[in-house]
Design a protein around this ligand. Sequence first.
Ligand code: V55
Ligand code: FE
Length: 477
Amino acid sequence: MTHAYPEVFDFAGFNAPSRIECDIYDLIVEGEIPAEIDGSWYRAIPDPAFPPKFAKDTYLSGDGMVSLMRIENGHADFKQRYVMTERLKDDRAARRALHGLYRNPFTDDPSVKGRDRTVANTTPVWHGGRLLMTKEDGLPYEVDPKTLETKGQFNYGGRLKSQTFTAHPRLDDDSGEMFFFGYEASGLATRDVAFCIEDKNGELQSEDWFQVPYCGLMHDFLVTKEHIVFPLWPMTADLKRLAAGGAHWVWEPEKGSYIGIMPRGGSVKHLRWYRLPARCSFHYLNAHSDGNRVHIDFAPSKVVMFPFIQDASGLHIPPDQAGGRGYVRWTFDLSKPGDDFEETPIGPGGDMPCVARKDAMKKYEVGYIQTFTPQNGPPHVAGPVGAGFNTVVRLDLAGGQHRMTGLGANATVQEHVHIPSRTPGHEGYLIFAVDRHDTMLSEIAILEAGNIERGPVARVKMPFRLRNQVHGLWVEN
Ligand code: V55
Ligand code: FE
């Protein structure tokens, strides 16, 4: 390699590129992995295969890596491979990064003009017998769930018209349907959004297009048993700015936020748009409907928290002021006119929300998030935002105490995923990677979801540093 990675937080310290493709059998386990845990844990990790073309690049552009921890009978095996995207193949052939800035093809080397540039680095998705590696700026790549070999790009054999596919589909465990969408669906900086449903057999059942008031970053959405909710926050894209070599996203609070709500069985023609002040959020914990009342649970912040979007917007915000004020429930009453909604606090601020799959889209009592608390140690750089979280939180939405646990003063935590238990009445488990900043090694922690404050029941020792995943997935055997 001819030059090193830039000395900025996205590429240094715990965030230094790893690029390790490997197989490890029977990792060392401290404690005991509960015998009932039997399945596959997938993680999507941005891991730039080459130093970026421009030093001012973001973690979010790293080439997609997928890891698999197969857990069986108290044993853990590990495998990690790059997703062999067209982009990575092109870069490997040239032995350098041919692609420029985040979601700006105008900054690419002319040799890759018109070639696919998505990196498949955000979320592994399992549905209809397919494992997809997603990134919201393009189509997903299908990967073999056992070998992690890349099969190729996936669009239902050409039936999907959208050029993009969200990294946050929503699965209905009862109906077996997968709800998803693509924004910038007809090309760069377009206002087109495709709302899609894949049926329980893995067939594309519907694709319904609409336009949003402006082209904004739509990372996630919400589905209840009766409604679909599309939040739109004012991080905006503009084709002229992109053509001039500028940033994809700029924070434009004067554009305000919009929340579109439609009946789940209906068409996008029935979307009702609420207008509200500028807010920002990337992930939603859960949502449910109660007649005409639609509840959405998440942590809105007043400004975008990604440093690379703040920089592009000329903002200089201390990290401790960019975060969410706390988890809240917003309730929209569709029987009333106007833009009003109710806000109820539900927990401390943070991100990486999840619920047990059985609780998705319904009234529920327990959610899991992550936060940073100084009591659990000083800030350490890990992941795409800068300082990583150091605390796992079990939110009690039934009025009980929230519970929290840290993993040590030199630790940050990567996103947890929930593993359901096969034992009736048992809340299941949370599995996640722990970054050890003293040894610069990783370990995997397994917590009992109903007893997180007891600490890990098992720690799987990794012989190297695992770069921060964006999102993970548990698939039971
Ligand atoms: C996010 C992650 C992305 C991205 C846009 O977490 C938003 C938010 C890993 O890539 O491209
Ligand atoms: Fe996400």
